[in-house]
Design a protein around this ligand. Sequence first.
Ligand SMILES: C[S@@+](CC[C@H](N)C(=O)[O-])C[C@H]1O[C@@H](n2cnc3c(N)ncnc32)[C@H](O)[C@@H]1O
Length: 286
Amino acid sequence: MTSQPNQAAFDWTGRSGEVWRDNQSRLDRMLAPYGAAAIAAASPVPGERVLDVGCGSGATTLELAARVGASGSVLGLDISEPLLSRARERTPQGAPVSFVLGDASRHDLPTGAFDLLFSRFGVMFFDDPAAAFTHLRTALAPRGRLAFVCWRPFDENDWVRLPMRAVADILPPLPTPAPDAPGPFAFGDDDRVRRTLSTAGFIDIAITPFDSPQVYGEAATRDEAIGAALELALQVGPLARALADQPDVLRERAAAAVRAAFETRATDQAVTMDGAAWIVTARNGA
Ligand SMILES: C[S@@+](CC[C@H](N)C(=O)[O-])C[C@H]1O[C@@H](n2cnc3c(N)ncnc32)[C@H](O)[C@@H]1O
């Protein structure tokens, strides 16, 4: 197994939140197919009340709002003020949307107030996922629905495996996090997801693989597209975290190695890598 960067280094209220905010349009483009698949699985209908957990800069919050319409509502809940301020900025006036700052694992939520709990990659960062989902379930109406998308394991995800393999011989060995440590791959094990949701009181749990290419960098020329992909990888995600404390000389060697790796995935105007996710659906057992 490829060694993975320390997954614990997430600072959504600070640096991680800021880099996600600054790269919002590129990340939204990359993650759009996964959000669309999760929304299709959630099947929101006009009039429903939705909670978007870990909504970030609000792309899915707005998509869900378009589905539930003026008779419905969507509340975006996130722990990161930089991301929520971007979400508020981009929300059209009159949209049936509101945002609240809070830790989804404990934020005070109205009991039974939502028909659907939704998340695009926002539920893998809880210290105690079973406790967090137990808490979130109290906000769900009886028989209400849960739908989210999360990553499958690190080794199945080309977008992270490729650059991390490229730097494996350049950087000092990275600590291997516990498989259930909070982080992007915390729900890679579908048995763990099933156990967690079942412990939290959900029923009818379905976990389906979903694979999609991701446009990691896009530009007018192949070389610029590779440059854009490299710029993103150096700022956001596991490679950025692995390089954060390294000296410039290693960072430069790592960047050259990752550029060469991205060349293998480049077409005329884009660098595209594959991603592997789970689409998870369940119902409130109460
Ligand atoms: C990978 S980002 C996904 C953001 C957004 N859902 C999207 O698809 O663009 C993870 C998000 O979860 C949020 N998050 C992490 N832990 C959280 C918690 N305990 N409560 C609420 N939000 C959390 C982060 O601030 C971040 O916005």
